[in-house]
Design a protein around this ligand. Structure first.
Ligand SMILES: Cc1cc2nc3c(=O)[nH]c(=O)nc-3n(C[C@H](O)[C@H](O)[C@H](O)COP(=O)(O)OP(=O)(O)OC[C@H]3O[C@@H](n4cnc5c(N)ncnc54)[C@H](O)[C@@H]3O)c2cc1C
Length: 347
């Protein structure tokens, strides 16, 4: 594992505009803050080795070490990461309806885990206007309030740092690939702190092609829409080429070509579509948006899914072979694009 501190993080990540605002450097020291959806290094620190650097998903990741830690096996060079099986899923009859992004699988699993005592709390991402607000929730009502996708990049990982500092345990965490790579690095305790306890029980990854820079989307939408009226956002599958913003007064379709200009540079070097460092990963099931694609990666994840099905919180169905082909192609393309850009950054 490469080591470094504030100086190296500034040179390798912030000055190259590669920060994706995941929050892995926030909440462990006073020198990193989040302001209007952006991580800001506020003060120079001369520590040679810092967790800010070691936990960042944009510095050198030791895939082998993370894989041993997470999956107890060598890193598998599979474009979908390590997994046991893939199914389609949606919330079952015992989940009270919410404004789910797709099938409600994520909210259903978290609600079930809270209700049966698998976890004491869950790190989820709420929103105020357009600004994502990550938090720990402890009951099913608050899980439903956090449902739906906020397309603005969120500093969700910072809440895991804060939870570790407070000695909390047994938390579920929901996040995108960059956020959960940060969480996996936190859980590996890279600087071997003797007072570290792992606050996380399990993680649910969200498929992610890109998120948007919060400040840029705020500016882009100002004059077009009142952020206070926004109830949801969506990117319908090709060939739609639109970004849909749902409001109390109906919905507006914006050209995806314009919205893509709001993607932070950091997303362009992310190789991970399906959030590989997770117990379970969930995305939209293309063609049936009221269902999810669910990747079961660990025994712990599989046990949670089976229990949730038995308790009427989740419904499963088969994942068609042609969908697997399509998902594999999409995940491979994201890796290729990221590697090409990373190579250009190095040369
Ligand atoms: C930025 C982003 C981009 C995505 N891109 C794709 C994609 O390209 N392809 C695809 O198939 N799926 C993508 N997804 C996942 C998809 O939008 C749904 O989240 C997923 O299908 C789960 O649906 P659900 O109905 O089970 O979620 P719900 O039950 O509605 O729960 C959604 C959960 O997402 C969490 N969440 C919301 N916004 C964020 C955020 N910004 N950061 C961290 N957590 C958040 C909330 O805490 C909530 O618990 C993306 C998600 C995000 C956040």
């Amino acid at each position: 594992m490469q080591t470094g501190g504030f100086k190296e993080l500034s040179e390798q990540v912030f000055s190259k505009d590669l920060c994706s605002t995941c929050g892995a450097c926030v909440g462990i020291c006073p020198y990193f803050k989040v302001h209007t959806g952006k991580v800001i290094p506020v003060f120079n620190c001369d520590l040679e080795k810092g967790r800010c650097y070691a936990q960042c998903p944009k510095t050198g990741i030791d895939f082998e070490k993370l894989s041993q830690n997470y999956f107890s096996q060598p890193y598998q060079e599979n474009v979908l990461g390590t997994y046991i099986k893939i199914v389609t899923s949606k919330a079952g009859k015992n989940v009270n309806g919410g404004l789910f992004q797709n099938g409600g699988t994520v909210s259903a699993l978290i609600s079930f885990a809270l209700e049966n005592g698998t976890i004491e709390g869950a790190v989820l991402t709420d929103v105020e206007g357009l600004i994502p607000v990550p938090k720990i929730v402890e009951n099913a009502g608050d899980v439903l309030k956090c449902a739906s996708t906020k397309y603005a990049a969120a500093h969700t990982t910072s809440v895991v740092n804060e939870a570790a500092m407070q000695g909390r345990q047994n938390l579920g965490v929901v996040g995108t690939a960059c956020q959960l790579t940060g969480v996996a690095q936190i859980r590996a305790n890279p600087l071997e702190k003797t007072d570290f306890t792992d606050p996380v029980s399990f993680t649910i990854g969200l498929f992610c092609t890109w998120a948007l820079d919060t400040r840029k989307i705020l500016e882009y939408l100002s004059g077009k829409l009142d952020p206070a009226t926004i109830t949801g956002m969506d990117v319908p599958p090709p060939p739609a080429e639109v970004f849909v913003v749902k409001t109390n007064n109906g919905q507006t379709e914006l050209p995806l070509s314009e919205v893509r200009t709001l993607i932070p540079n950091g997303c362009s070097v992310c190789p991970d579509l399906t959030a590989e460092w997770a117990d379970l990963s969930v995305g939209a099931f293309e063609g049936k948006s009221e269902w999810n694609t669910l990747i079961i990666r660990t025994d712990k994840g599989e046990e949670l899914v089976n229990q949730a099905v038995e308790a009427g919180f989740l419904i499963l169905d088969e994942f068609p072979a042609e969908s697997l082909e399509h998902l594999t192609l999409g995940a491979g393309n994201k890796k290729k694009r990221a590697l090409k850009i990373m190579n250009q950054e190095v040369t």
